[in-house]
Design a protein around this ligand. Structure first.
Ligand code: PAF
Length: 280
């Protein structure tokens, strides 16, 4: 596996590959890799000749300095995992390489940025849009892969691709879960044993609501039940909503099950976790 820390040599290498007719798949990550990331790499491996994984903890998408400082980092472990997953290239730039000057650009993503993650993490998606634009411009991938856990992020990146005309096919890859349903996340490594046990309640809440909705129970009744479950397990709920998958409009009743998603964000201690579940 080749490890690049600078943009220019990576671009030169990839340009050569493309001139030889090879396709390039990009898996953007912030490192602290887990099986969820590996499923993205595996998918990229089956669909492209050259697989690039970027590892960069992007400071502009953190609205909370403590969260940035505490974000898990372990490059040596990540490189080993990527090597074993047959990743071809890791792009692991420094802050100076990605942001040689303080960035002036801010993305206004309209309604997409005002709801859910956008509401609770102001500026987060502007930072994501900025770094993803940089990565797409640097790597010029034929395909780029994102985890479904960050459902709203995928909407943002899709909008970015469409408006800025990036020539990249975007692929959302299903969530990989732990034995108790907890969605794989780099942040899970920050949970202590008790927190880890309680974190399973995010998925339990989503499941409880999905089952109830399918049986015809009302959303508000189910939400009260799920919120109680969260409270009993000392989860600090930020949101637990039902929305249209197509545009993330919040809804109170199921109209089209195949266009309905349940989304949750909650703190377990000082670790903020998110998850989601499709109704059908
Ligand atoms: O999903 C993530 O890990 C990050 O938001 C991303 C897409 C790598 C941008 O920093």
């Amino acid at each position: 596996m080749h490890i690049f820390r600078e943009i220019a040599p990576l671009k030169a290498y990839l340009n050569q590959q493309v001139l030889m007719g090879k396709t390039v798949g990009l898996v953007p990550t912030m490192g602290a890799l887990h099986s969820g990331h590996l499923s993205l790499i595996q998918r990229a491996r089956t669909e492209n000749d050259v697989v690039v994984c970027s590892i960069y903890v992007n400071p502009t998408q953190f609205n909370n300095l403590q969260d940035l400082q505490k974000y898990p980092r372990d490059n040596a472990r990540d490189f080993k995992m990527l090597e074993e997953a047959l990743c071809d290239i890791t792009f692991c730039p420094s802050d100076a390489e990605m942001y040689p000057e303080t960035s002036l650009l801010k993305f206004d993503l309209g309604d997409l940025d005002k709801t859910l993650e956008g509401e609770f993490r102001p500026g987060h998606f502007s930072g994501v849009a900025l770094v993803v634009s940089k990565l797409l411009n640097i790597v010029l991938p034929h395909r780029a892969y994102f985890g479904q856990k960050d459902f709203q992020q995928f909407k943002v990146v899709t909008r970015l691709r469409d408006e800025l005309k990036f020539n990249t096919t975007l692929i959302s890859v299903p969530i990989i879960r732990e034995f108790d349903g907890l969605a794989m996340s780099s942040r899970n490594s920050r949970l202590d044993v008790e927190g880890r046990r309680r974190a399973g309640v995010l998925y339990q809440s989503l499941q409880l609501m999905k089952t109830g909705l399918i049986r015809g129970q009302s959303f508000s009744e189910l939400k009260t039940e799920a919120a109680k479950l969260c409270l009993e397990n000392q989860l600090r709920l930020e949101y637990l909503v039902m929305a249209q998958k197509s545009d993330l409009t919040i809804v109170q009743h199921v109209v089209q099950p195949e266009n309905t998603i349940l989304l949750i964000a909650a703190y377990v201690g000082d670790v903020r976790l998110i998850d989601n579940l499709f109704l059908a």
